[in-house]
Design a protein around this ligand. Structure first.
Ligand code: G1P
Length: 302
């Protein structure tokens, strides 16, 4: 079996209710951070990691995602007629080769585990990546690329992107049960189990899973009969947990800053951080932010 990570799954079937009314007629994954949709960053991260096949697990009202990953001939004709080369470049030059984008429908929103399982026929029998677009990682080296490199040191394992979180936040994330507490602080941490969204007093650690996974295809066998877990949903965490006895599972503490764009504060913070990371607008952004701070009275209170 080839060990190269060639395929990525983007579960994009969620309703995005935290962002209503913005998500009433637009998928949450199309919300822009500065000038690119969330899903576009996820796509670029996968591309940077050498991924060749991009699999979107979609649901109702997600057509704008399909259109985003296609040509927009009318727009391209107009831009071309006006010789708008930069705009043309941003519209379509980044499209992956024909045949490398697939869409599969998750007919019912039964949970993240179920969404990933829906991609099983397209993945087949090889290790693959999963990216949750609402977890953004601002990093010098893209997060999935870091994980692919880490995977080369422990081939055949599952690797999950992880970060340390405050103890009171464990109920919002999958949490790793660390095998060897002596190595708890290292970048690659072996897991003896995983728990989805445990209450702080039940959490085995404060090392939380973020939306980056490299998984072995055996996860599909388990997902196929996975019973609903936390929140009544079929949880990916529960199936990976069941695999850990047979397949080593590691948490990988990535280098970079993660923005949880599944919530309003993280999303707005990501917009600020990604704008400040753009040299052409950084100076003006700083000026504007200082003014916003002053006007809001926050600066004085400090
Ligand atoms: C999902 C996973 C969870 C993980 C989180 C990262 O939860 O189930 O284990 O920690 O993504 O963002 P969700 O945010 O979909 O509730």
């Amino acid at each position: 079996m080839s060990q190269k990570i060639r395929k990525v799954v983007f579960p994009v079937g969620g309703l995005g209710t935290r962002f209503l009314p913005a998500t009433k007629s637009m998928p949450k994954e199309m919300l822009p951070v500065v000038d690119k949709p969330l899903i576009h960053y996820a796509f670029e991260e996968a591309q940077a990691a050498g991924i060749e096949q991009f699999i979107f697990v979609t649901g109702r009202n997600k057509h704008p995602i399909n259109d985003h990953f296609d040509h927009a001939f009318e727009l391209q004709n107009v831009l071309s007629g006006r010789n708008k080369q930069d705009e043309l470049h941003r519209t379509s030059d980044w499209l992956p080769p024909a045949g490398s984008v697939s869409f599969v429908r998750q007919q019912e929103p039964l949970g993240l585990g179920h969404a990933v399982w829906c991609a099983r026929h397209i993945i087949g029998n090889e290790p693959f990546a999963v990216i949750l677009a609402d977890d953004m990682v601002l990093a010098d080296k893209p997060c999935l690329q870091q994980m692919v490199e880490a995977y080369a040191t422990v081939p055949g394992s599952n690797i999950l992107g992880v970060m340390d979180i405050p103890p009171q936040d464990t109920g919002s994330y999958g949490i790793i049960d660390i095998e060897n507490k002596d190595n708890a602080g290292s970048q690659l941490v072996k897991a003896k189990g995983l728990v989805e969204k445990p209450a702080p007093d039940k959490a085995p650690s404060t090392l939380s899973i973020i939306g980056r996974y490299i998984l072995q295809p055996e996860v599909f066998d388990i997902l196929g009969s996975q019973k609903p877990g936390a929140g009544g949903e079929i949880q990916l965490t529960d199936s990976i947990n069941q695999m850990t006895a047979k397949h080593s599972t590691y948490g990988y503490r990535f280098d970079g800053v993660r923005y949880d764009c599944g919530g309003l504060v993280g999303f707005v913070a990501a917009n600020v951080a990604y704008a400040l990371a753009r040299p052409e607008i950084k100076g003006r952004m700083v000026e504007e932010l200082e003014k916003v701070y002053e006007r809001s009275g926050v600066a004085q209170k400090k």
